[in-house]
Structures are given as structure tokens and as C-alpha cells.
Design a protein around this ligand. Structure first.
Ligand code: ADQ
Length: 497
């Protein structure tokens, strides 16, 4: 692992949870040193919604409750006129502050610049990237509005943690209003290579906006390297240790690979609902057959058409799989207003029909493709029942499904993870079967290897993967980030004194 300076990063090797607000393992470790935490993301998760939405939202809520913090963002609702004041609600020691957006704001900011421009671009899909100036204007306006509406809620001692590509210019807007709190930004998606980023007409301005933050966090050291490559070679930036200086500002730039709440997922997999779900799969639909599972948001970055084709190739190459293997792909639709998402949906339906039409028998359907979301518990049961998990994104910041699958396994008889080398998770999960998702022959062969992997090898790989999951879990991710942010804030104070 290398960091911004090309030296060994401590992001993966520092002891977990040793921050000023760390308590012994097993107790709530998050207590931001007397400072209140403010989280800003596109959408705000409610506590009930957070449990459904998964580990990340739960981790945020825990952290906010521990500091009496605030979570700010879009309410998820559209209104004819967007208000200038947030709706503030309080529950269980945390505050949620939300605003509604107009359809036009949402179209330009969310469907437009965030999801039709930055999302494809950062995932190396220049071919799908819509460079529309009106999208960028709308994006800047909504970021400015977020800053205007939420800033009155912030206190001088707060730590401000901003999430993801929707909100890159948010801190710059706050700074222009005179806010001096420590501000950190975490990018959940990959950072693109320099040549890809340079296709964005306003890349320089966007990158300059990032330097209003004190800490800029990425999923992996590869993302850090790509970011530094751009800043040094295109903007004359300087790097010293993990501090990058450019545009007359300095920021700490580091990787903070996101993890999961491992024990919670182990417990979920042992819950009554998970067991019911697993039994349902084992005794009814997939009785006596090996099960491959894929769980992804329906998104063109997840590599689903190629994955279907790799499965088809497996069925074609190894006729002994017929009647003995089922691939269950769960993919709930997202971002329906962006045309590429409707296209991928239609493409997958066509491929599903083609594969089942070609290979199915009256008593066997080789591919089950389901477009719905499941509860965390049901999902844990599905993972547990699966002999193989197929996680083959073409590009992914991290990929939490790979981690959840491993945590849900029975250590005595674990399944096998087949994982794309282009998921951030592949950096840590070397004991998975790592594949090139563009190479359907390699993916089909990995599936065949997984089908026949001896128990001892499965156990060894699983144990190693679990060690990695526990070493860098969600608690360490949030603690490391907040420590870096608090330290950057302390340096500010010292510099200004
Ligand atoms: P995503 O692109 O959404 O996240 P991922 O990391 O796999 O990708 O997270 C998806 C989450 O949604 C998982 O927790 C999964 O369990 C859940 N999920 C998926 N399908 C589901 C279904 N049918 N029912 C219920 N739950 C479902 C972005 C980045 C990733 C990065 C994360 C976190 O694109 O690279 O890992 O943020 O930083």
C-alpha cells in the first residue's frame, strides 16, 4: 500500500480504534472528543431506514447519536418551490435536517451532473458521460443552497464530514460564507485516471473545490495515487507525507477503505429470518443444487451483462452443470430517471430469456433474476445458502456485498467468493478468487474452480478473508477518518494562533 507520497500508508496497519475517543472493543467507540459531528450526504437516513439500508447508514447514525450530531441532506421529496429553511427533526439523541428540492434542481444536480456525468466518468465510462453545462450549473446551485440552508445549524466546534461525489463543492461554499470548522470529504466511488478526468470540461474547478476540505479520503491507495497524479502533473501540486498542497491550500489525502460491521452481519446470518430464507432456498427452489448468488444495485458499473455471459459460457463448456447449478441474481433497480439504467435493465432481461431459453429443462431453470430489495436478514440468509458469490463489477469504489457474503458464511463449510480485480475490495480480499470481469472465459473457469474447491481450501480462504474484514471494519473506518479530521482541525487552530 502506498499513500500520497508513495510511501507505506498506515491506513491499513495502524491499530484499530486507538483514537482520542476510542473505548475498549465491544463498547461504543464513537465519542468525538467533545466535538459534535455533522454528516452531510445527498440523502439522510432515518434510524429505521438505516437498519434497512445497511451497515453504512447504521454506522453513521451510531456516530451521530454518540456526539448528539446532525445529519443533513435532501429529504427524498420534490416540491414546487424549494424551501430556504431545513426541516429539523430529533430522535434518540441525533438530529436530522433535510430540505426538499424542485424537480428542476433534482434533474440538474442529481440525475444530471452527479449521475449522468460524475458517476460514469469516475467509473471510466466516458462513453456514457453527459457533459452538459446546465447540469454543472444546477449542481453548483444545489451545493450552494445546501450550504446556505444548513450552515446556520453548525457550531464553531463541530467536525463536518461530507459524503460522496454529489457534494464536492459544498465545503467551498461554506468557506465562502466564513465557516472555519474542520471539514472532511470521503469519496465512496473510485477516483479516475488523469486522462479520463481531463475529459471533464470543468475538472480543474471541481478539483480546486475539493481543496476547501482539510481531509480528502478515498477507498484505496490506488485512488490516492490517481488523485495525486492529477494534482501534481496538471496543477503543479506538492506532496509531503500525506499532505497535498495546491491552489494555495493543503489537505490530508489518504485512503480509508470502508468495511462492514462484521459481528452484526455474523449475527444477522444466524437470525431466525436468515435461517428461514436459507432453508426456503435449500429445500424448495434450489433443492440439492449448487447455488451461485449475485447481489448488486442494477447499475452498468456492476458488470452484469458480462457476468450473465460468463455463466452462459460455463453452462456451455461444462454440460455436467446442467440441472446441478443455479445462478440467482438479485438486482433492485436504481436511478430510473437516467436512461442508461432503463437500457441495462432491458439488456439483462433479454440475456436472462436467452440463457434460460437455451438451457432450461422442465424441472430446472438455470438463471433466476430478481429485481427487488430484500431485508438485511433475508439477504444474510441468501448469502449463507449460496455456495459461490459472484461479484464482478467493471469498476467499484469498494463493494460491500463481497464483504457481507464472507461474513455471512458458516466457517465450518464456507462458500467461495469470486471477485473482480477492479473492485476496491480486491486490494484487501486477496484470498478470494480474483478475476478480470472483462474476460468471460476466466470468470467461467473461476466458477468451475469454486464449484470444486475442497473444504480445507475453502476454510483457509474464508479464515483469511475474515481476518481482513475484522482488521479493517466499519468502526475502524469511521474512527480513522474522524481522527484524521480532528487532527487536521487541531493543526488549523495551531496555525492560526
Ligand atoms: P454501491 O454501489 O451501492 O455503494 P455496495 O458497496 O455493493 O455498492 O453496497 C450496496 C449495499 O446495498 C450493500 O450493503 C448491499 O447489501 C445492499 N444491497 C444491494 N442489493 C440489495 C438488495 N437487493 N436488497 C437489499 N440490499 C441490497 C457505493 C460504492 C461502493 C462502496 C459503497 C460504500 O459504489 O463501491 O463500497 O458505496 O462506500
Amino acid at each position: 500500500m502506498t499513500n500520497a507520497s508513495g510511501t507505506h500508508s498506515d491506513a491499513h496497519s495502524a491499530p484499530a480504534g486507538r483514537g482520542p475517543w476510542s473505548a475498549p472493543p465491544g463498547t461504543a467507540r464513537i465519542n468525538p472528543a467533545g466535538r459534535r459531528l455533522v454528516v452531510i450526504s445527498n440523502r439522510v437516513g432515518s434510524m429505521r431506514g438505516a437498519v434497512r439500508a445497511g451497515g453504512l447508514a447504521v454506522a453513521m447514525v451510531d456516530m451521530l447519536k454518540a456526539s448528539g450530531g446532525i445529519w443533513c441532506g435532501w429529504s427524498g421529496k420534490l416540491a414546487p418551490v424549494s424551501p430556504e429553511r431545513p426541516e429539523v427533526t430529533q430522535a434518540d439523541g441525533m438530529t436530522a435536517a433535510t430540505i426538499e428540492l424542485t424537480q428542476a434542481e433534482h434533474d440538474a444536480y442529481y440525475n444530471g451532473f452527479a449521475n449522468s456525468c460524475l458517476w460514469p466518468l469516475f467509473h471510466n465510462r466516458i462513453d456514457l458521460t453527459a457533459f452538459d453545462r446546465s447540469y454543472y450549473d444546477g449542481y453548483l446551485k444545489v451545493n450552494a443552497k445546501f450550504a446556505r440552508v444548513f450552515a446556520p445549524l453548525f457550531k464553531a466546534q463541530d467536525l463536518i464530514w461530507v459524503h460522496d461525489y454529489h457534494l464536492i463543492p459544498f465545503a467551498q461554499e461554506l468557506r465562502a460564507m466564513g465557516c472555519r470548522q474542520p471539514m472532511g470529504f470521503f469519496l465512496h466511488i473510485p477516483f479516475p485516471p488523469r486522462d479520463v478526468l481531463l475529459t471533464l470540461p470543468n475538472a480543474g474547478r471541481l478539483l480546486q473545490a475539493l481543496f476547501a476540505y482539510d481531509v480528502i479520503g478515498f477507498q484505496t491507495d490506488r485512488d490516492v495515487e490517481r488523485f495525486v497524479d492529477y494534482v501534481v502533473n496538471e496543477q503543479d501540486g506538492r506532496v509531503s507525507g500525506d499532505v497535498v498542497t495546491v491552489f494555495e491550500r493543503s489537505a490530508v489525502v489518504r485512503s480509508f477503505p470502508i468495511g462492514i460491521d462484521v459481528d452484526n452481519f455474523v449475527q444477522l446470518a444466524g437470525s431466525a429470518e436468515a435461517k428461514r430464507q436459507a432453508e426456503r432456498l435449500a429445500t424448495r427452489r434450489f433443492a440439492g443444487r449448487q447455488l451461485i448468488v449475485g447481489v448488486d444495485r442494477l447499475d452498468y458499473t456492476k458488470g452484469l451483462p458480462l457476468r450473465f455471459l460468463a455463466y452462459e459460457l460455463l453452462l456451455e463448456t461444462y454440460p455436467e452443470t446442467h440441472g446441478r447449478l443455479v445462478y440467482l441474481q438479485i438486482a433492485p433497480p436504481t436511478r430510473g430517471a437516467v436512461p442508461e439504467y432503463a437500457q441495462i435493465r432491458a439488456e439483462l432481461e433479454g440475456l436472462e430469456g436467452h440463457i434460460n431459453g437455451r438451457f432450461a429443462e422442465v424441472d430446472w431453470t438455470p438463471l433466476a433474476y430478481i429485481n427487488r430489495a430484500y431485508s438485511r436478514r433475508a439477504l444474510a440468509g441468501i448469502y449463507r445458502a449460496a455456495d459461490i458469490s459472484l461479484v464482478t463489477p467493471l469498476r467499484d469504489g469498494m463493494n460491500l456485498v463481497a464483504k457481507e457474503y464472507v461474513a455471512a458464511q458458516d466457517p465450518a463449510d464456507p462458500g467461495v467468493l469470486v471477485l473482480s480485480r477492479f473492485a476496491g475490495a480486491a486490494v484487501q480480499m486477496r484470498a478470494a478468487l480474483i478475476v478480470n470481469p472483462y474476460d468471460k472465459v476466466a470468470v467461467a473457469e473461476a466458477l468451475q474452480t469454486a464449484r470444486h474447491m475442497p473444504l480445507e481450501q475453502r476454510r483457509n480462504r474464508h479464515a483469511e478473508l475474515m481476518r481482513g474484514l475484522r482488521d479493517y471494519d466499519i468502526d475502524r473506518w469511521r474512527t480513522d477518518f474522524l481522527e484524521a479530521l480532528a487532527a487536521a482541525g487541531a493543526r488549523h487552530v495551531a496555525a492560526e494562533a
